[in-house]
Design a protein around this ligand. Structure first.
Ligand SMILES: Cc1cc2nc3c(=O)[nH]c(=O)nc-3n(C[C@H](O)[C@H](O)[C@H](O)COP(=O)(O)OP(=O)(O)OC[C@H]3O[C@@H](n4cnc5c(N)ncnc54)[C@H](O)[C@@H]3O)c2cc1C
Ligand code: SF4
Length: 500
């Protein structure tokens, strides 16, 4: 076991960790020693091949296929220098005022979060895409919504020099997507923050982080030799994401003092839906996600977004096997795609625990309300596909594998609610939130409104696990805004915390 000593240790380098590292980095000029310990690898452009299964293995936790305990939902989280920001699509939405009001965290004001969101939108160059980057898939969604009179809006996207290669979820090979690996982590390193990759923290014991560094299977080697480490710090900021932050704190024995730890997990459950056109659709050239619709947010609790998934992910999300499945996949180049995101309630029983080996286990039950929303979304997406000219669609809860355009009037009968069952339809999540929710008391929350863990001086959380409820919109900018607040609190407490 080797020993290392820092003033501040940040665990994880994604939207939360990268932001905290950059925001605290100026302290290095005052002699503060700071390290980011990151489980994943730092990949260069030559590593980003765009091959789906290879990149899933290199960039995602468990190859992108973490399953809930009942096997009903697949969870995707990034594992890399930059965390999930390496694989996110870069859609950049500030959190609405009504959501922060619903969160109802004492001391957390929407105006403060909004101002911080806007700072990171500017820093990440969030902007609307030019028309030449809008591909058929996105144009058809816009046209379908417009024909039906549904609200539809362009997404601000955080790229600089996007070449429209469509590979965002496999890591941008062109360095165009402005995740923390491109913007905040290099800023932090320029100030003297050390980023230690291939370094997995296994537990935290009174601000000593136990960590294991492994030899690289891919990407740059770690700054540290492979082996076991005890990393001593005065301040520890956990930013391992909403799966791994609760798991790490549970492994570290905090559960007995923090009954809410791991609980109130929300997943923004998602469905990938497809409609088939007569002609090839350019959905893998241009930026993959340029439009969304909140037409059904208030009435049914879901939003619709454009998306483009690669063949393996698409195939996995269709229902059934055999000839019809193969037939649809053979028409891959003719598929229009829509992603549904349903708002889910924060329930204590939806939670992360750890198994005997300390790995996270997710218990999550889909409520009837969420299943209702997913059911309604399949029919509304079908209407948009047909309005855009699709000749047939595949609805995961359909009574037949394909539903033809001529049967559009019969959608209620052909997509019955009784078929919308966990395990029968393929549900995914890339927006994992909660597990260390902010709040006033240790009985019902894990941190205060500034990310300070109740009852543990010098221990902070700064990632998506802070969310007390679902964000209702794509969450990364909100994660950055919350992490920025945590950094502000660390800065103002630093003199006292670092003098102990
Ligand atoms: C495919 C995909 C697409 C997405 N698209 C969008 C989008 O377009 N817009 C949007 O707003 N949001 C999007 N998101 C969600 C967004 O990326 C996340 O909400 C956000 O990155 C969460 O930030 P975080 O800091 O909590 O975790 P992450 O960014 O996931 O970072 C956590 C980091 O901690 C590391 N880690 C975990 N455990 C340990 C440990 N024990 N020791 C050391 N390091 C550890 C991980 O390797 C990882 O690098 C997407 C997510 C995915 C997966
Ligand atoms: S579409 Fe743009 S941001 Fe996405 S991978 Fe290609 S160049 Fe990068």
């Amino acid at each position: 076991m080797r020993n290392e000593t820092y003033d501040i240790v940040i665990i994880g380098s994604g939207a939360g960790g990268g932001t905290v590292a950059a925001a605290l980095a100026p302290l290095c000029a005052d002699g503060v020693r700071m390290a980011v310990l990151e489980w994943g690898a730092k990949l260069g452009p030559e590593d980003l091949t765009g091959r789906e299964l290879e990149m899933a293995r290199k960039l995602y936790v468990d190859g992108g296929a973490v399953l809930t305990r009942d096997g009903a939902i697949t969870l995707a989280a990034g594992r890399a220098y930059g965390g999930s920001t390496v694989v996110y699509t870069g859609t950049s939405l500030p959190i609405p005022e009504r959501v922060i009001e619903r969160w109802s965290v004492p001391g957390l004001e929407w105006s403060d979060i909004d101002q911080r969101c806007r700072k990171y939108l500017a820093e990440n160059n969030a902007h609307l895409l030019s028309e030449e980057l809008i591909n058929d898939n996105n144009r058809l969604f816009r046209e379908g919504c417009e024909r039906l009179g549904y609200r539809v809006a362009p997404f601000p996207i955080n790229t600089h020099g996007c070449l429209g290669s469509g590979l965002c979820n496999l890591g941008c090979p062109n360095g165009a997507k402005r995740g923390t690996h491109v913007v905040q982590l290099p800023q932090a390193e320029a100030h003297g923050v050390e980023v230690i990759t291939h370094c997995r923290v296994t537990s935290i014991d009174d601000r000593i982080c136990r960590a294991v560094v492994t030899p690289p299977e891919h990407g740059e080697a770690s700054r540290w030799e492979p082996g076991e480490y005890a990393v001593h710090a005065r301040i520890v900021i956990v930013c391992a994401g909403a799966l791994h932050t609760p798991a790490l704190l549970l492994r570290s024995g905090l559960g007995s003092k923090l009954p809410a730890l791991g609980r109130y997990l929300t997943l923004h459950p998602a469905l990938i839906l497809v409609g088939e056109h007569d002609r090839p659709i350019a959905n893998f050239r241009g930026h993959p996600k340029s439009y969304w619709s909140d037409q059904f947010l208030d009435s049914h609790g879901f939003v619709l977004e454009t998306c483009m998934y690669f063949p393996f992910t698409t195939a996995k999300n269709l229902i059934g096997f055999g000839e019809e499945h193969a037939e649809l996949m053979r028409g891959f180049e003719r598929l229009q795609m829509i992603l549904v995101l349903a708002n889910d309630p924060a329930r204590a029983e939806n939670r992360v625990t750890v198994d005997r080996d300390g790995h996270p286990v997710v218990d999550y039950t889909l409520t009837e309300g969420v299943l209702d929303a997913l059911h309604a979304s399949m029919k509304e997406a079908a209407r948009i596909f047909f309005a855009a000219g699709a000749r047939r669609i595949h609805a995961p809860a359909g009574v037949t594998f394909f539903i033809e355009a001529r049967d559009e009037e019969r959608l209620d009968e052909l997509i019955p609610r009784s078929n919308v069952l966990p395990g029968r339809i393929s549900i995914t999540s890339a927006h994992i939130m909660g597990g260390c929710r902010m709040g006033r008391e240790a009985a019902t929350s894990v941190t205060d409104a500034w990310g300070r863990v109740h009852g543990f001086d010098g221990l902070f959380v700064a990632d998506a696990s802070l969310f007390p409820r679902c964000s209702e919109v794509n969450p990364y900018v909100t994660v950055m805004a919350l992490a920025d607040r945590v950094a502000e609190r660390v800065r103002s407490d630093a003199r006292e915390l670092l003098s102990r």
